[in-house]
Structure formats: structure tokens, C-alpha cells
Design a protein around this ligand. Structure first.
Ligand SMILES: O=C(O)[C@@H](CO)OP(=O)(O)O
Ligand SMILES: [Mn+2]
Ligand SMILES: [Mn+2]
Length: 505
């Protein structure tokens, strides 16, 4: 192992590139270290969205596919794309498991419950997929479809939930079946922090009809003082004043999100209560739930990447991130392999209390920096991988001033870590996983409004060479698929056979 040249891979989450201008929080921030690095010849822009990473053309990047591709060294067809393919070639309509479940409902008079994020943000879900599922339900003459609409305001501009609910109602009218039974903000329904109280509130609206009773879905939106994300669970009542939606014995529940991480807590909770009551569970894409929920569309293999190559070469790595991004530098970076390789160490930094990112944009970056520094000082750790979450997580609040501060905290952390790298003879490779904070305003919808979502912009990638070495300017177009081959090359190792990306430096 003595031949290995040690380094640090830092993923700056949500670090996209755009020209300076209104709404560019990264350009507005005072970030002397990052500015200096980006002005060196070793800085490039890398594609991190659309088909370059395995998404549909023009689709914004996200942390999950971003880290998968950074680790795999090749674009990996994402779950959203695989779902679209099954819709376009008609094979979702002829899916055996789905057909059997829906035929059963037609016979028993039970209901199909479609549960998922109701927006076209394309990060966790797309309402278009719901449209196809409503059409399929109509083909199978399912008597009743209840839609449990999760409001977004994070992947799409806040304040657009009414528009998306109307879209869903339009799809139901077009299919001739389906009505919205509950309206629940994603803060409740898609919690992934382990706050089971939030999940419980969402689940009880779906299972028992417990929540704010409303005559029309849009009325539920008024319950939130904190935007679309935090719409309190609302339960639509019928003419008899009773909730439309509670799941009854023998019904079918189908989750419509294609991304697993944020829906799985709710899916496990609902399965735990309802599976024993003869309720059939299905998910549109494959989930990482504890519950054995059959998927209609299976995911692509993302293995054979960086982690496998490091294991093969006996290279120890330490992975560090705040809780919010922990799976990203472990599970996703490793090609969605659940078990860490024997030579991997994982450090998860969790906040003491649920933070308000607007007032605490530093998050836990001090502890992350310390952990990276300590790992970097170890002689037995050739590779330290960390995610600096602030730019993305604070960017999602849509709060420009807070995001500027998040970028400034990140800059100071990078500066400190470059210093440690200098002292320990390490190279540092910095890369964004997708854009976010370089665009905090949108013109979509009615007029200009704050925007906290991801973007299709390229991301910076820059090498800080180990002392005494020079980095030459990479040529050609770079993508996230080039990061794993670059990391391996910097370590002094060759790429894995499955990698299609190339070493940039
Ligand atoms: O928070 C999330 O779930 C998504 C946005 O919906 O962001 P990221 O892809 O960065 O995890
Ligand atoms: Mn991200
Ligand atoms: Mn994000």
C-alpha cells in the first residue's frame, strides 16, 4: 500500500455553477478559498444532470444519482428513467403483479390507494407516473382509487401545491377514476430523519382519516404556515362528512415515488399496521424498506465502482457526512450496496436537535471538518471521503441570505481541510453533486419567486494537488462519471473495468 498516494474527496452538496447574477447565492458569498481554487488550471465544470448521469435529458440532478455516479464511474440509468421506459413501451400496463392486484380489487370492490409526492420535480416522483397508474386502474375497472397527495415545495417552487393538486384532479377526471383523499406536506410524509412522530401524523391520515377535515383538497393548504412542505395532514370528507380515504382490509396500497430514501419510513410504518389486515403493498420502483414490498420496476445495477475497486486493492477509506447526507457517501457512493466493505469506516455526524437551517446555516460543519481532519492525519487511511451538506441543505430553504452564509462556512471548512492536506501530503478533490445554491430564484409559475430546488447546471470539479505536484488543465467535457477514475488515478490505481469515465488529472 505504500505506493498509494493519499487524498481527500470532498463532495460539496448542491455546489453548482452559474454566472454571477441575481439569485446566485454562491457568487454573492465571500468565499476566498473556493474562488482561488476555481481560478486554478485544475478547475473544470462537470455535467451533473440529464443523460450525462443517467437521468432523462434536461432533468435536474439530485444527491442520490449524483453520488451513485460519482462512485460508479459511469452513468447509471436512474429509477425515474426505468419507470418512464416501462410506461412508454406499455409493459407497466401488462405487469403481472400489478394486474393481479387490480383484478382482485375489481372483484372485491376494494380501493387502490396511490401514495406519492404530487409534483413534477423529478427528484422523488413525477405526477405523470400517477396519470399512467390512474389510466391503468381504469383499464382494470378498479371501482375506487384514493390518492394520498404529498405536497412538495422543495423540488419545485414553494406555493405551487394548488397547481399540482389541480393537475392530479385533472388526471383523475381524464381517467374517469380517482379522487384525492388526503393532502399531506412532505415534511410529515417524507421525513427521513427518524422522527416517527411526523411519520405517524401522515400515516394516521391515511389509515384512520385522522387530520384536518376539508371539503376540497386545496383547502388543506391553508393549514401550513411554513409553505407547501409543511401542509398539515388534511383529510378530504365526502358528502356524508366521513373521510374518503382510510385504507380498508383487502385494499391495495401502491407507492408512486421512484426514489426510496424519503418514502421508506412511511412505507414501513403503513406496512407494519396494514399488511396483517390483508392489504396488498406495491411500489412503483424498488425501495430499501424493511418491509418486503414488491416493486413494479427494478433498479439498475450500480456496482463495480470505486468501493469495489478500493476493496480489491486493499485501500482503507473513511466516509464522513452529516446525517442528512450519510447514505450518500456510504450506500449510494458504494453502488447501493447495503454492507460496507471490510476496510471502510463510516462516521455519521448528527445534530443534537432538529436544526432550523435558516438560523443555523453552519449546521454541524465544524464537527464534520474535525472528523475529516482526524481521518486525514491517520497514516492507515489512504482515502477520506466527506460530504459538506450546507450549500444544498440550506439552499433548499430558498433563503438567499442563509445560503450565502452556508457557502461561507463551507469555504472556511475547505480552507481548513486544504491546510490539513498540505500538512499530511494529501491531494484534495472537490466536486459538486448537482446544482442548487447558484440559482435561488425562479420565473416558473406566476412571477419571480424564491427557489430552493436543484438545477441542471454543471458543477465545479477541482483538484488541489499534493504538495510538490502540478495539476494540468483537463481537456474535453467532464461529467460526474469522471470522478471515480480520477480518484483512483490520484491514488495511483487504475480504473475498474465497468467505468466509462476517464481520469481528469
Ligand atoms: O432532500 C431531498 O430529498 C432532495 C430534494 O428533494 O435533495 P437531495 O437529492 O439533495 O437529497
Ligand atoms: Mn446533493
Ligand atoms: Mn438537495
Amino acid at each position: 500500500m505504500s505506493a498509494v498516494r493519499p487524498g481527500i474527496l470532498l463532495v460539496l452538496d448542491g455546489w453548482g455553477h452559474a454566472e454571477p447574477g441575481e439569485g446566485n447565492a454562491l457568487a454573492a458569498a465571500d468565499t476566498p478559498c473556493l474562488d482561488r481554487l476555481l481560478a486554478t488550471p485544475a478547475a473544470v465544470l462537470a455535467e451533473a444532470s440529464g443523460s450525462a448521469v443517467g437521468l432523462l435529458p434536461g432533468t435536474v440532478g439530485n444527491s442520490e444519482i449524483g453520488h451513485i455516479v460519482i462512485g460508479a464511474g459511469r452513468p447509471v440509468p436512474y429509477d425515474s428513467v426505468l419507470v418512464e421506459e416501462r410506461i412508454n413501451d406499455g409493459t407497466l400496463r401488462s405487469h403481472e403483479t400489478l394486474g393481479a392486484a387490480l383484478t382482485g380489487l375489481a372483484a372485491t370492490g376494494g380501493s387502490l390507494h396511490l401514495i406519492g409526492l404530487a409534483s413534477d420535480g423529478m427528484i422523488h416522483a413525477n405526477v405523470h407516473h400517477l396519470r399512467e397508474l390512474l389510466r391503468i386502474a381504469a383499464l382494470f375497472a378498479v371501482p375506487e382509487v384514493r390518492i394520498h397527495a404529498i405536497t412538495d415545495g422543495r423540488d419545485v417552487a414553494d406555493g405551487t401545491a394548488a397547481h399540482h393538486l389541480a393537475t392530479v384532479e385533472g388526471y383523475a377526471a381524464e381517467a374517469g377514476v380517482g379522487s384525492i383523499a388526503t393532502v399531506i406536506g412532505r415534511g410529515y410524509a417524507l421525513d427521513k430523519s427518524g422522527d416517527l412522530e411526523l411519520t405517524e401524523r401522515a400515516a394516521r391520515a391515511i389509515t384512520d382519516g385522522a387530520g384536518h377535515p376539508v371539503g376540497k383538497p386545496e383547502e388543506a393548504l391553508a393549514t401550513s404556515g411554513r409553505g407547501d412542505e409543511w401542509v398539515e395532514p388534511g383529510v378530504v370528507t365526502g358528502g356524508d362528512g366521513q373521510p374518503l380515504g382510510p385504507v380498508r382490509d383487502g385494499d391495495v396500497v401502491l407507492f408512486t415515488n421512484f426514489r426510496s430514501d424519503r418514502i421508506q419510513q412511511l412505507a414501513d410504518r403503513l406496512y407494519g399496521e396494514l399488511a396483517g389486515r390483508g392489504v396488498t403493498f406495491l411500489s412503483l420502483a424498488q425501495y430499501d424498506t424493511e418491509a418486503p414490498i414488491p416493486a413494479l420496476v427494478h433498479r439498475a445495477d450500480a456496482g463495480g465502482g470505486l468501493a469495489d475497486r478500493l476493496a480489491e486493492c486493499g485501500v482503507r477509506s473513511v466516509r464522513i457526512a452529516e446525517a442528512e447526507k450519510f447514505e450518500h457517501v456510504t450506500y449510494y457512493l458504494n453502488g447501493r450496496k447495503a454492507d460496507p466493505a471490510p476496510l471502510e469506516e463510516h462516521i455519521r455526524i448528527s445534530a443534537d436537535a432538529p436544526p432550523d437551517y435558516r438560523t443555523a446555516p453552519e449546521m454541524s460543519i465544524g464537527r464534520v471538518t474535525e472528523a475529516v481532519g482526524s481521518a486525514a492525519r491517520r497514516d492507515d487511511v489512504p482515502l477520506v471521503v466527506a460530504n459538506l451538506a450546507n450549500i444544498d441543505v440550506v439552499g433548499h430553504t430558498g433563503d438567499h441570505a442563509a445560503t450565502v452564509r452556508a457557502a461561507e462556512h463551507t469555504d472556511r471548512a475547505v480552507e481548513a481541510l486544504c491546510r490539513v492536506a498540505g500538512e499530511t501530503g494529501r491531494w484534495v478533490l472537490l466536486v459538486g453533486d448537482h446544482g442548487n445554491a447558484e440559482k435561488m430564484l425562479t420565473d416558473a409559475g406566476e412571477g419571480r419567486r424564491p427557489y430552493g430546488g436543484h438545477t441542471t447546471n454543471p458543477v465545479p470539479a477541482v483538484l488541489v494537488p499534493a504538495q510538490g505536484r502540478q495539476a494540468v488543465r483537463p481537456t474535453g467535457t467532464a461529467t460526474l462519471a469522471d470522478i471515480a477514475p480520477s480518484v483512483l488515478s490520484l491514488l495511483g490505481l487504475g480504473p475498474a473495468p465497468a467505468m466509462t469515465g476517464r481520469a481528469l488529472w
